[in-house]
Design a protein around this ligand. Structure first.
Ligand code: SF4
Ligand code: SF4
Length: 307
């Protein structure tokens, strides 16, 4: 059944690995261990790594399964306009329309398991770690994960199921072989967040950490304005990675925002104070949740000198 399920998911566009539900405890221990070793900045840990659950759902026995699935997810390029100039602005993979995408993944898994009498429950686990330990993905030096054929432009989801798991693959976290003699991301990272001497990123130096902060948090002084390259997130290290070469152009076109609309967004107005057609456009683009960070995140991109 496990093999059949993995194959069926693959035909639907999902790469999947199935491990024992008991691996949940290993994931919790690994996170504690890394924190104990001081590998996480505390602010980063509190922001990013405290929302997990390491208790099995009631209807999932220890003999059940933990299913991790990855599927291609494109970057999205929007166009904003300033003083008549069209300025492309990218939102990297995994930020937009995530609920719909995750729902489709859950529905696909449920459609395969429910007829066999098995349930599917969302798993709030460290998915990158699960993907790497189950063999679905490998870490890059930049701590981004890469999965076969999709480079780093894919999204991960994870689910528990009472589907029995008799055997699984579970290894130590592994880096890409090509990282051994490559430093492209280290050189491309403007902030020095990627330390070739240690496995984990210096997350508090990463642009993503800062532009994902609430609007009240200003960018630190050391973060040079010219380093910003996305509305949220950062793609410097992924764009140069040879592992993603084949999929580097995997990008969809988002909406266009006129000079007037861009100006309103930079003013930091709330949705209720914006024209309804602009709110609809933001909703369609799934940018409404980012509205309050536009003055900071978009502002810094639009103020960059252009060539
Ligand atoms: S750019 Fe090179 S070192 Fe960095 S993750 Fe990619 S292969 Fe590894
Ligand atoms: S996302 Fe940007 S800041 Fe973070 S490690 Fe990569 S290049 Fe550096």
């Amino acid at each position: 059944m496990m093999e059949h399920l993995t194959r069926e998911l693959e035909t639907l566009g999902f790469q999947a690995r199935i491990v024992s539900a008991r691996r949940l405890a290993d994931l919790g221990c690994a996170l504690d261990e890394q924190r104990g070793q001081g590998l996480f900045d505390e602010a980063f840990f509190q922001d990013e790594l405290t929302g997990f659950g390491f208790t099995l759902p009631e209807n999932v026995p220890e003999t059940g399964s933990l299913v991790v699935m990855g599927f291609p997810d494109p970057n999205v390029r929007f166009t904003f306009t300033r003083c008549g100039e069209s300025i492309p602005v990218t939102v990297p993979a995994t930020y937009l329309h995530v609920q719909e995408k995750d729902k489709r993944a859950e529905q696909a898994l449920t459609a395969l398991l429910a007829p066999e009498g098995y349930s599917v429950v969302e798993a709030r686990v460290p998915k990158k770690l699960l993907a790497v330990r189950s063999g679905l993905a490998r870490y890059g030096r930049n701590n981004v994960t890469y999965a076969g054929g999709m480079g780093s432009f894919y999204r991960l989801v994870a689910y528990f199921s009472d589907l029995p798991c008799e055997s699984d693959e579970w290894g130590e976290p592994r880096a890409l072989e090509r990282c051994e003699d490559c430093l492209a991301c280290v050189r491309a990272c403007p902030t020095g967040a990627i330390d070739p001497a240690r496995f984990l990123l210096r997350a508090e130096r990463c642009i993503t950490f800062w532009n994902e902060q609430p609007k009240e948090v200003p960018f630190p002084e050391w973060l040079d304005r010219s380093w910003h390259n996305c509305l949220v997130g950062c793609l410097h290290c992924q764009r140069v990675c040879p592992e993603s070469r084949e999929v580097n152009d995997f990008c969809e076109t988002g909406g266009e925002f006129s000079d007037e609309e861009t100006g309103l967004l930079l003013e930091g107005r709330k949705a209720g104070d914006l024209p309804s057609d602009l709110v609809e456009k933001l909703e369609r683009a799934d940018l409404l949740a980012a509205l309050d960070t536009f003055p900071r995140n978009l502002g810094v991109l639009l103020k960059q000198p252009r060539s």
